[in-house]
Design a protein around this ligand. Structure first.
Ligand code: SAM
Ligand code: SF4
Length: 433
């Protein structure tokens, strides 16, 4: 989402004739788009601001702006922290005010900020162009992100998103389709629909299944993905559509968070262990060969060893293809930070993370090995592997990384390949003649 938001920011500022440079040392203004989801991301921003100031030295002043979630959460601290020297701050709903904020900071010498959260802002009038779309260090037209909804109403007790990004709001389907058509016209092959709870998308009578179906009708788009969904919003209608629509990739990210009912309840996740496992069964029954990935947090306050075993049990039963795993990180302002002291020692969180990762790694490896011998359609990534130019990476429909020998094809090609080998991290393959 931050990558997409940075594209919005580029688009907004380019209209005001700002020029984008890739070399931080040559810039007059550096903007960091921040994430507040975990302490680690947060600390990185402080480190980056200091290293930019240090690299530029006294003789080469630079303005620094902070964008995104951390900006919302910490505006006061940031503006008052003299050692940080932030010039301006814009929260996720304030990017259209950036030209004004920069003007105030640059010309009037004020510390300027706007972190107001909006109930309506969806940036539906900003369509980043292909040049805004991509990381300026590359020039790819393979995947484009499109945010279809913003914000979150779920208030999982550990999560800062509802406070930093505000309430849920969705873009009109026609408006999303318009953007997708332009992207197809610019040569993009894959669209990834984005939202904090993307499958809670709703605009008047239209739900997420309707939106996906409409996006899939856009000529030129070959693959559609979506992230991040919540397990509570997977109606049969959506799964049935996914099963029959060849453009909708057969990959669902299904964030589990924890496997124990008491912990899930404390987290306010709205499902039990058994309900989650039933959903996994239903998804697999309706969408054969679907790849499932997940997010898991270990060491939520008061989680016992026995309760953590329930997480391992779900992992073993659900057989996810891959998992993003995190140690619980207390975030200021969340319900958990007010009600439940962060009482699981870091050493215990680390042990749980290690055993969880070990279990998942073996499952991922076996899942990957099961592809050996299959023919898969691979959408090639923009460029050969940065460390090994003889390797061309790509993704299967299920989102698995496939490494092919570089050769007759180029980024964005859809290639049929036979899978010849597998590691826990990737598949290896040979393109068919
Ligand atoms: N909306 C998605 C859902 O319902 O699960 C999750 C989106 S959240 C922005 C991305 C992931 O970050 C979460 O699934 C969760 O595993 C992790 N996360 C969020 N808050 C966290 C916290 N306080 N500590 C550790 N991990 C956290
Ligand atoms: Fe955070 Fe996702 Fe829960 Fe929303 S649904 S509060 S984004 S974890």
């Amino acid at each position: 989402m931050n990558e997409y938001d940075s594209e919005l920011v580029r688009s907004i500022l380019k209209k005001e004739n700002y020029e984008f440079v890739t070399d931080e040392l040559a810039a007059d203004i550096v903007m960091l788009n921040t994430c507040a989801i975990r302490e680690h991301a947060h600390r990185k921003v402080y480190g980056r601001v200091h290293s930019i100031r240090h690299a530029r030295g006294k003789g080469s002043p630079v303005m620094i702006g902070l964008l995104g979630c951390m900006a919302t959460n910490l505006r006061q601290d940031l503006l008052e922290d003299r050692s940080l020297k932030i010039d301006f701050i814009a929260g996720p709903d304030s990017y259209k005010r950036l030209p004004q904020l920069i003007h105030e900071a640059a010309d009037e010498g004020q510390k300027s900020y706007d972190v107001t959260l909006s109930e309506f802002e969806t940036y539906s009038d900003i369509f980043p162009s292909a040049e805004d779309r991509v990381n300026p260090l590359t020039t790819s037209r393979v995947n484009a992100w499109v945010a279809v909804m913003r914000g979150c109403n779920n208030f999982c007790t550990f999560c800062v998103v509802p406070y930093t990004r505000g309430r849920e709001r969705s873009r009109a389907p026609e408006n999303v389709i318009d953007e997708v058509r332009r992207l197809a016209g610019e040569g993009f092959k894959q669209i990834t629909l984005l939202g904090q709870n993307v499958n809670s998308y709703r605009y008047e009578d239209h739900d997420f299944a309707y939106l996906m179906d409409e996006v899939s009708k856009v000529e030129g788009i070959e693959r559609i993905r979506f992230t991040s969904p919540h397990p509570k919003d997977f109606p049969d209608r959506f799964l049935d559509l996914m099963a029959v629509n060849p453009k909708i990739c057969k990959h669902i990210h299904l964030p589990l968070q924890a496997g124990n009912d008491r912990v899930l309840d404390l987290m306010n996740r709205t499902y039990t262990k058994q309900e989650f496992l039933n959903l996994v069964d239903k998804v697999r029954a309706k969408v054969p060969n679907v790849a499932l990935s997940t997010d898991i947090i270990v060491g939520f306050p008061t989680e016992t060893d026995a309760e953590f075993e329930d997480t391992l049990d779900v992992v073993s039963k659900a057989q996810f293809d891959s998992a993003f795993t995190f140690k619980y990180s207390e975030r200021q302002g969340t319900i958990a930070s007010k009600k439940y002291p962060d009482d699981v020692p870091d050493s215990v969180k680390s042990q749980r993370l290690t055993s969880l990762n070990k279990a998942q790694k073996e499952i991922t490896y076996q899942k990957n090995r099961a592809h050996i011998g299959q023919i898969q359609t691979v959408l090639l990534e923009p460029y050969p592997d940065s460390k090994n130019p003889d390797i061309m990476p790509g993704r299967t429909d299920g989102g698995k990384l496939v490494l092919l020998p570089a050769g007759r094809y180029q980024g964005g090609d859809m290639v049929k390949a036979r899978i010849t080998d597998a590691t826990p991290h990737a598949l290896k393959g040979q393109a068919l003649p």
